[in-house]
Design a protein around this ligand. Structure first.
Ligand code: CO
Ligand code: ZN
Length: 334
């Protein structure tokens, strides 16, 4: 899974520009799925049909988002510096000094107008991207061009560090789950969604199209295990986090029960997640059409939305195990 995750995180994929990530996923899942399609918003939808035709098969949608946060050029000044705004939840502190890469391959570094106040979180409109240009005419970036963090994948052994582990970690977990399921009584839709970071726009339309009876998002969740973190239970290396609450949704208690029972029966470590800030694709599934019974499994992740997010390999493996166990058996949720 490390090699897969390396490829996925190194691919460019800011919200709305997910095609390179989608192509990578497609090459992995094509031999594993019964049907594959791409919808108008770019969501990649892979279906695994019930192993034996069964009228009581539950239609279940799994969602992991392909997109990552990024920057978008808003103005090029006369000296060739690129002014920008955010695509999704970009933090000034994490952005200043970062290296970025535009979709067209141009690279740059983020500077700040107000360096004498560098201890303050710099606002987006006081930073610029220096792409090495000397003038506006010389600048290879146009207004509307998008950029992502540029950062190497670092294998620390049990811990992995990369940009866009939010949510390529979830993408890798879904691919490995699809690979691990040998047979299922359920009708499974593995959906790799677009534009989560700008408000789960892909998941909403995908859920409308798939019309699932159950929805599960697989995404990362920030932890409470670093000196500066919010007081939360989630820790790296303690297993998948079963979501109870985030700022966008309350998980359906029947889905929580299904997850906990499966984890306990299969002796998979798990954590209880109450996330104080942030949300996932599960929200859009839950409120799509006339409503969908929904929940989420989260992979604990440090430094979310920085260029150096960190996950634990055992958490990835245990998330695959939990999902595989949940989806390989008839579902009792009513
Ligand atoms: Co995110
Ligand atoms: Zn995410």
């Amino acid at each position: 899974m490390k090699e897969l995750l390396k490829q996925l995180t190194q691919a460019f994929g800011t919200s709305g520009y997910e095609s390179a990530v989608r192509d990578l996923i497609l090459s992995e899942i094509k031999p594993l799925a019964d049907e594959v399609r791409v919808d108008a918003l770019g969501n990649l939808i892979a279906r695994k049909k019930p192993t034996k035709a069964d009228k009581s098969a539950k239609r279940i949608m799994l969602a992991a988002h392909m997109d990552e946060i990024g920057l978008i050029a808003s103005h090029i000044d006369k000296n060739g510096f690129v002014r920008f705004t955010n695509v999704g939840g970009v933090f000034g502190r994490y952005t200043l000094g970062a290296r970025v890469r535009f979709a067209n391959g141009v690279k740059g570094v983020v500077g700040y107008d107000n360096l004498e106040r560098f201890h303050e979180a710099p606002p987006m409109n006081k930073m610029y991207i220096d792409v090495g240009a000397a003038s506006k005419e010389d600048c290879p970036v146009k207004v509307g061009d998008v950029a992502a963090f540029e950062q190497a994948f670092t294998d620390m052994g049990e811990r992995l560090v990369a940009k866009s582990l939010d949510d390529r970690a979830g993408v890798a977990v879904l691919i490995e789950t699809l690979r691990a399921i040998k047979s299922t009584p359920n009708d499974l839709y593995f959906v790799f969604t677009t534009q989560e970071e700008v408000g789960s726009r892909g998941a909403g339309v995908a859920a409308y199209g798939v019309e699932p009876e159950l929805g599960i998002a697989v995404d990362v969740t920030p932890t409470g295990d670093t000196p500066a973190s919010l007081k939360m239970e989630m820790e790296l290396g303690k297993g998948p986090c079963i979501k109870f609450r985030d700022t966008g949704m309350l998980s359906d208690p029947r889905v929580i029960e299904w997850m906990i029972q499966t984890a306990e029966k299969s002796k998979i470590p798990y954590q209880r997640e109450v996330l104080l800030a942030g949300s996932t694709d599960a929200r859009e599934m839950q409120i799509s059409r006339a409503g969908v019974i929904s929940g989420a499994v989260s992979i604990p992740c440090r430094y979310v939305h920085s260029a150096s997010e960190m996950v634990d390999v055992s958490d990835l493996q245990n998330t695959v195990k939990l999902l595989t166990a949940m989806l390989s058996k008839p579902v009792q949720v009513k």
